[in-house]
Design a protein around this ligand. Structure first.
Ligand code: NAD
Length: 419
């Protein structure tokens, strides 16, 4: 039986429930949160014996095999480094950290200590994403040359402009905070990582809304806020964060290390909430309609067409049970297996780091006249250690934008191997 701890056991910390039970071979035995009400609820759910604390350092002194870190983004770096140094396996919520340097500190700690690091990019377990990936792997559209992703964040005002997400000092910005998911999927579908990016965006709508809470002394937690009703249109929003300095509409363009291109567009004031990926290869294109709700499908066009003709193939996507389109129970099951046995995982610490690095660089560009930014690379030994296939993600050396010129050996050190 694995003994599990949770830091940030309210809000997203509810994910750890999937790691609690005889059938899971794991149980949650320690919880840490700043909210006493949350800790009380944890006791009700996990049992009277669960250790509770508001100091994460106390939790790390418990005999634990693994720890879920589900606190707000700006706490990830410090808490992950401390947990890895305490010799516990880590499930770290995305984004890995709010700066590239912060991610590199986390990777360095995992590399140095040998503690297992797993980052919670649960979209890699969503059936519609897996379907797109398997169609690409089957060769339905040839070699991927471009991905265009539109992200309609219908509940933007309800979820991201009332708490810590709305402040640069706690999130860097939403192009990173929300975009980390999609940048990661773009990387996964192209089989490469961003090398250069540009960004553009602004605070176009929520900045004008003066229905604000009074300024507090610290970051406002999200939990209790989102139990309230949703508001529409955005001008009707109430209780917005006192200080808002992140963008509500943003755009990213990027060139990947293998030469493919991608765009990502995020808007927080649309009426609808979903993500639409258009993936273009040299022998066709595919596109998702829906993100896991009934009727979700992937359409494939790979013969010559005129105008808006019907697709050549339509692949329906299953609708499994569980949070985030069934992804949450699956990602926790994969994490528990990784803690026990190591082996291949859908998620990757290197990929998680590159999604932050691309998001941060695009945010810098967005706030600096759309100047192109180079996405910094990581040391070669980290590519090797985390078992990333370094070579296949590279441009030929003559075209390389960045990076050490060497090859990776896929040694299975520390059980890390990315599927
Ligand atoms: N993968 C996903 O689909 C997904 C979905 C939602 C959130 N998230 C991520 O999960 C994380 C948490 O998001 P959230 O919306 O639950 O945030 P939140 O504001 O609700 O905070 C989560 C919990 O952390 C607690 N907390 C805050 N500071 C703490 C501290 N210093 N010590 C201990 N506990 C503390 C809060 O009281 C709260 O219970 C974020 O990094 C977010 O990006 C991921």
């Amino acid at each position: 039986m694995l003994n599990i701890g949770v830091i940030g056991s309210g809000g997203r910390g509810g994910l750890a429930r999937h790691a609690h039970g005889e059938d899971k071979g794991a149980r949650v035995v320690a919880c840490c949160d700043l909210s006493y009400g949350t800790l009380e609820k944890n006791r009700e759910f996990y049992g009277e014996d669960v250790f509770i604390t508001s100091h994460y350092q106390d939790l790390l002194e418990q005999p634990l095999d693994a720890v879920f870190i589900c606190t707000p983004d700006f706490l990830h770096e410090e808490m992950a480094v401390a947990t890895l140094e305490a010799g516990k396996a880590v499930y770290l919520e995305k984004p890995m950290a709010i700066t590239t340097a912060g991610c590199d500190r986390v990777l360095e700690a995992a590399y140095r200590t040998g503690s297992k690091l797993y980052v919670g990019h649960n979209m890699r377990h969503m059936p519609f994403v897996l379907k797109m990936r398997s169609l690409i792997e089957e060769g339905k559209i040839g070699e991927v040359k471009a991905v265009w992703c539109r992200h309609f964040v219908g509940h933007g005002g309800d979820y991201y402009f009332k708490d810590w997400h709305a402040e640069r000092r706690y999130s860097t910005g939403l192009l990173l905070q929300k975009g980390a998911h999609d940048i990661d999927i773009i990387h996964w579908l192209t089989g490469s990582y961003a090398s250069r990016v540009t960004g553009m965006g602004s605070l176009a709508v929520y900045g004008d809304n003066k229905n604000r809470i009074e300024a507090g002394t610290g970051p406002r937690t999200r939990g209790p806020i989102i139990d309230k009703e949703f508001y529409w249109p955005p001008s009707q929003q109430e209780d917005l964060n006192a200080h808002i300095d992140v963008e509500d509409i943003s755009h990213l363009t990027m060139q990947l290390q293998n030469g493919a291109f991608a765009t990502y567009q995020q808007c927080h004031f649309t009426p609808d909430y979903w993500r639409n990926y258009c993936v273009i290869g040299d022998e066709g294109r595919l596109e998702n309609f829906g993100n896991g709700e009934d009727g979700t499908c992937i359409k494939v066009w790979n013969t010559r067409k005129w105008g808006n003709d019907a697709p050549d193939e339509v692949h329906m996507v299953e609708r499994p049970k569980g949070g985030h389109g069934g992804a949450d129970p699956r990602i926790v099951a994969e994490f528990l297996r990784f803690v026990r046995e190591g082996g291949p995982t859908y998620t990757s610490p290197i990929a998680a780091r590159f999604s932050v690095a691309a998001g941060c660089a695009a945010t810098t560009s967005m706030r600096d006249g759309a100047m192109p930014q180079v996405v910094p690379d990581v040391p070669l030994e980290w590519w090797r250690y985390f078992n990333e296939d370094f070579q296949s993600r590279r441009l030929p050396v003559a075209n390389a934008v960045l990076g050490p010129r060497d090859t990776a050996t896929n040694s299975h050190s520390n059980g890390h191997l990315v599927r």
